[in-house]
Unconditional design. Sequence first.
Length: 977
Amino acid sequence: MLTWFACHRYPHPRRIPTEFAKTRRGKGNIVPKYNPAEIEPRWQRFWDENKTFKTPTEVTGEKLYALDMFPYPSGEGLHVGHPEGYTATDIVSRHARMMGKTVLHPMGFDAFGLPAEEHAIKHNASPREFTEKNINTFVRQLKDLGFSYDWDRQISTTDVDYFKWTQWIFLVLFDTWFDPDQQKGRPISELPIPAEIQEAGEDATRRYQDEFRLAFESHAPVNWCPALGTVLANEEVVDGLSDVGGHPVQRMPLRQWMLRITAYADRLESDLDQVDWPEGIKKLQCDWIGRSTGAEVDFFIGATDQFETWKNTQTEKGFPRNPQDDVLRVYTTRPDTLYGATYMVIAPEHNAIEALTTADQAPAVKKYCDDAAMKSDRDRQDDRTKKSGVFTGSYAINPINGQPVPIWVADYVLISYGTGAIMAVPAHDARDFEFAKTYDLPIIAVVQPPAKSEIDLERLMTGEICFSGVGTAVNSGPYDELPTDAFKTKIIEALDSSAVGRAAVNYKLRDWLFSRQRFWGEPFPILHELDEAGNRTGIMRPVPLESLPVDLPFVEDFQPHGRPEPPLEKADDEWLYPVIDGKKYKRETNTMPQWAGSCWYYLRFIDPHNAAAFIDPELEKQWMPVDLYIGGAEHAVLHLLYARFWHKVLFDRGHLHTPEPFKKLVNQGMILGDVEFTAFRDTNEQWVSAELTCENDERKTVLKSTGEELYVVKLDPEQAEKEKDGDNFVLKSDQQIRVDSRAYKMSKSRGNVVNPDVIIAEYGADSLRLYEMFMGPLHQSKPWSMAGVNGVRNFLDRVWRMLVEEKAEELALNSAVVDHPPTDDQVRMLHKTIKSVSKDIETLGFNTAISRMMEFVNFFTKQSERPKAVMAPFILLLSPFAPHMSEELWKLLGNESSLAYEPWPEFDESLTVDALVEVPIQIMGKIKSKVSIERGKSKQELETIALQDPKIAALLDGLTVRKIIAVPDKLVNIVAN
RNA sequence: GGGGGUGUGGCGGAACUGGCAGACGCGCUAGAUUUAGGAUCUAGUUCCCAAAAGGAGUGCAGGUUCGAUUCCUGUCACCCCCA
């Protein structure tokens, strides 16, 4: 992108005297100004040394567990987005302590992950050292913000003492099977073993058990990139090439660890009722789980003349648990469209493919499947790519009407969803329709849209269009005229009784691919038994608890070696091949994904130093669940779903007492960069109005009409103004030229990242905290504004001057601060402020809480007498928001100790109301007059007062009063004509 | 394409269950004070009309209501997530 940067004018940084103590003791008129650079580190040291925020060992009274989503300690350090949520939980925590609650407010680090490993590869350095350095930076930055964390509980997922228990939980998953009858995870030893397996011996029994474990091995296709020497996530592959570097990516099956999260799909969905989360997040999780109901149906693929025999046998024997070789089993959510199934499609990975492919089709099918192997699931499902496929040469028989239908292979069907095969109903499914049109396959409409629908019935019936909604059945034999829902029920009954199908539930949720071919992750605590020749016997042995943790071994280097084997294969033999009881084993060399550590960290915070267990059950009962969990919406699905899954398994196995981990969840909004004004110029340096521009495929700004590339000019805000009649911004110098105005996501490349360290240095941590809370509602995304930071700093300066004598040479109370009792007005102001601020903290409405305190200060700076009895409670109200300044002023008011546990001020409702109210009087809904009257007048009194008002009386002259609406203390509306 | 969210002054945003639209902050204007202002204080600041009087006004178009930023229907724009 071609960019011209115009000069930007931001408010100048404040001059802050760096040596406060000296300057104020000096001669002359130097005054004790508010100086956060001196105050803040001093109080941070005080809290640290006195362990002010140490979590009490016993919960007395009500508890509060306020948790932040712990950060990944990147090399970039803290971003201004981090302190937004952290300040919110800190305010809630500080407020709760003052309310007498016992508070747990911890912080830690999610420190495994790719960047540290990439750094290690690049510099041939230790990922651990790099990670620890970053953590130290984060801790320093977090302490600079004055958060009231209990730092004695700091944990990192990379701590050996921490991941010991991550490994232990993995072994719990490994030791658990899901009992569908009880809908519950149970010990593998309680899994019923069928008699024939038992008879086959111990090994057979173990293999049988292995099939049911929640943690199990599987050969799953992964995205392997030889050039990068790594396996990539689906998100990292675009059009068959790696997102980074553009190298080819292959799909290949590798032995992987999987977690059977699908077993918990129903509970993960239904238990969302129990939690206080934003509806949007709940829906996102529901959609991700993607529960659908429908039917599984067997299509016969044997010889046509055997169809009747097969059907009869099937009816006799019942629907087989697993599909037999002579059928193709499909899953459909619309069994009511069975009569419209005109062909079938199997995924290129389907295991029946060889049996179904005829000799003359074999080359085409083979080529097609090989090509498909190069594509990601994501690309295969992309609506923009044209559907492709190839005929196998075989036919299946539709069990409902005995019609033969051709079987095709197409990559728009995924092996991982349903049974990996579908019955295609082109008249009623958009993808099937597109495919049928491409390959000229028959289209039969079997659902008639409702009468009021806009669908052209004739075109639907002739196969020109597709309709995927519900309606009434046509062309469906005995089921004609049934509405879709009733048809579904009936046909499932029919399929069931003839045992060619059955009702089935399916999920979009896949089992969780839990292993990575990476170094910087938790090793699996699993040993693979080897035979004499050094080959795996298939028997696995969990590393016993007393041998945990399995620490990461030393490896020589982290360079990729071009083979899809994990880096841990490079460990020395002593680590790799342990011998136990004379048997040789090989350690599992995959590592766990980054999600693992974040799945349970909230539990460890409760008992972070426990060496004997992952958590003390008594403490768990005291503290769980997390009362308030704040973090970014980017974790709406994966982290929150994975953590809930682990929690439920631990709950089922009796280690926890709550079925859900996070009672209340709040997503903070994104903080965007400062608003930018952008204008465009063509190559002749002529301005181009914004509505004539667009972005092309390469994300360059071009002229819409010709595609000519344009210069993008960042404007000084002074150069733009709002259009006279309209909603657009235009150039001041040329009103015809529209310019863009918007805030962008902060990014290095855009250069609009705000560093919290810089804000703290120039304005102070209290200002940063206050500004982030004052910007707007917590959950909303909002643009940063340097001027806004300056604004809240002005407020803190005013608070300071309200209490501090600036004319003095020493730090001293303002002479206006007196011991007199407050006036009625002053008391009312205080009680109103206490009420609003208290309520706003409870509803997390921090922006309005701050504006209330601003009103308080505006009021009292005008008062020549500011009674201590009013000032002291105000400082307490301010303290959760601006703790450093509050402590300083609290001390100045003559208090010896920290205010962190001072009782939160209480208000008296009767003292919050004014004696007089101003009541507007409307005629026909328009305000015509206002009267100031005593509170609590009745409707009748209000009516009389309104009609006697001289302005109103004049306006009503000549009109007939039809009706009067009087709302006590609110308004009077007169309907007249 | 599907889902979610948001539209209120020059800007960020207030407005409880329908009841004075624009709290609070920024910015801007004028004045005071100051060696100075990027400090402080005072006053003003939704728009239209020179001002008063008055009128319009919460993306747009309708509806319900004595009364709608708030409830209903339709519609447009932008943002986020998924595909």
